[in-house]
Design a binder for this molecule. Structure first.
Ligand code: HEM
Length: 287
C-alpha cells in the first residue's frame, strides 16, 4: 500500500494576549538578540579594556546610538509620505521605531558607561533620551490597553468632542427629575450629584477598571432607594441611569484624552534631542 505522508506547516498558536501585545514575534526576537549581543559586548568590553565615552569602545556605542536614532526618526518622514506606495509599509518603520528606540537607549547608556553625565548638555541628552523612550513605551501600553477598556468595560460609545455637551444635557435632565422629587432625593442630589454634572471629571481608576469603579460609585443610590415611595423609586432609578451614563462619559473622557495627548509628551521633545545631539557631536569633533 502506498503510504502518503501529509506534511502540515506547523502553525504557531500564540495566545490572544501575546497577539495583542506583540505585533510581530520576528521583530521581538530580533530585538531580543540585538539586546543580548549589546550586553555581551559590554561585558566583554569591561573585561578586555577600559570604557570611556571618548575612546574607541565608547565612541562605537555612541555612533551606534546615533545611527539608530536616525533610523528611529525616519518613521516621522514615512508618516508624511503615506501616499508613496513604492516605499515599504509604514508598519515596518514603526517596528524599527519602537525596537530601535529601545536599543538606542541601551547604547546611549553603554556610551556613558552606565554613569551619570557630567556636563549640562550631556545631562539634557541623558534625561531627554530616557523621557522619550519611556513615554514611547507608555504610549504603546496606552494604545493597546485603552481600546480594550473602552470596548469591554463601558456600555456607551461617545465621541470625545461631544462629552462636555452631553454631560451638560444629562445635568439638565437630572435637575428636572430632582425638581419632581421629595426632600430625601433632593438632599441626596445636592450632597452627591449636583457638582458632578458641571464638567467631565477624569479619574485614574478608569485606567484600571472603569466598570467596577462606576459600579462602586453608583452603589450610594442603594442606601436611599428603600426609603422612597414606588413613584419616587421610578424617578430615582432613572436618575441613577443618568448618573451612570455621566460616569461612563467621565471614563471616556479620561481614557480618550490619554489616547489623544500622550503623543505630545513623546514626539515634540525629539526635536530638542536632535538639536542637542548635533551640538554634542559637533563639540566633540571641533574641540
Ligand atoms: C530615540 C527615541 C525616540 C524618538 C526620538 C521618538 C520620536 C517620535 C516621534 C517624533 C514620533 C511622531 C511621529 C510622527 O507622527 O511624525 C513618534 C511616534 C511614536 N513613537 Fe516614538 N520615538 C522614540 C522611541 C520610541 C520608543 C522606544 C517607542 C516605544 C517603545 C516609541 C513609540 C512611539 C509610538 C507608538 C508612536 C506613535 C505611532 C503612531 O501612532 O503613529 N517611540 N516617536
Amino acid at each position: 500500500m502506498k503510504q502518503t505522508a501529509i506534511y502540515q506547516k506547523k502553525r504557531v498558536n500564540h495566545s490572544k494576549w501575546f497577539n495583542k501585545w506583540i505585533q510581530s514575534p520576528k521583530w521581538l526576537a530580533g530585538f531580543g538578540i540585538a539586546f543580548l549581543v549589546a550586553i555581551l559586548v559590554y561585558v566583554a568590553n569591561i573585561f578586555v579594556g577600559e570604557l570611556h565615552p571618548a575612546n574607541a569602545w565608547g565612541l562605537s556605542y555612541g555612533i551606534g546610538a546615533a545611527v539608530l536614532f536616525v533610523g528611529v526618526m525616519i518613521y516621522s518622514l514615512r508618516r508624511r509620505t503615506m501616499g508613496i506606495r513604492a516605499l515599504p509599509r509604514s508598519w515596518i518603520y514603526l517596528q524599527f521605531h519602537v525596537y530601535g528606540g529601545a536599543l538606542f537607549l541601551m547604547l546611549m547608556f553603554m556610551h556613558a558607561n552606565f554613569q551619570l553625565p557630567n556636563g549640562i548638555i550631556t545631562w539634557w541628552l541623558w534625561i531627554l533620551s530616557i523621557w522619550i523612550v519611556v513615554s514611547g513605551l507608555i504610549g504603546i501600553v496606552i494604545q493597546k490597553w485603552i481600546p480594550t477598556v473602552l470596548n469591554t468595560g463601558l456600555t456607551t460609545e461617545v465621541h470625545y468632542d461631544r462629552i462636555p455637551t452631553l454631560i451638560e444635557a444629562s445635568g439638565v435632565k437630572a435637575k428636572k427629575l430632582v425638581a419632581m422629587s421629595g426632600g430625601l432625593v433632593r438632599d441626596f442630589y445636592a450632597k452627591h450629584l449636583e457638582n458632578t454634572f458641571l464638567a467631565p471629571q477624569p479619574r485614574l481608576m478608569y485606567f484600571l477598571d472603569a466598570a467596577s469603579s462606576i459600579h462602586k460609585d453608583t452603589q450610594k443610590f442603594d442606601h436611599v432607594r428603600p426609603f422612597l415611595s414606588d413613584d419616587e423609586r421610578l424617578r430615582f432609578d432613572e436618575l441613577k441611569m443618568i448618573y451612570r451614563t455621566k460616569l461612563e462619559m467621565d471614563a471616556h473622557f479620561t481614557l480618550q484624552r490619554a489616547l489623544r495627548w500622550w503623543i505630545f509628551a513623546h514626539a515634540p521633545l525629539s526635536i530638542l534631542l536632535i538639536v542637542l545631539l548635533i551640538v554634542h557631536i559637533l563639540s566633540f569633533v571641533y574641540y
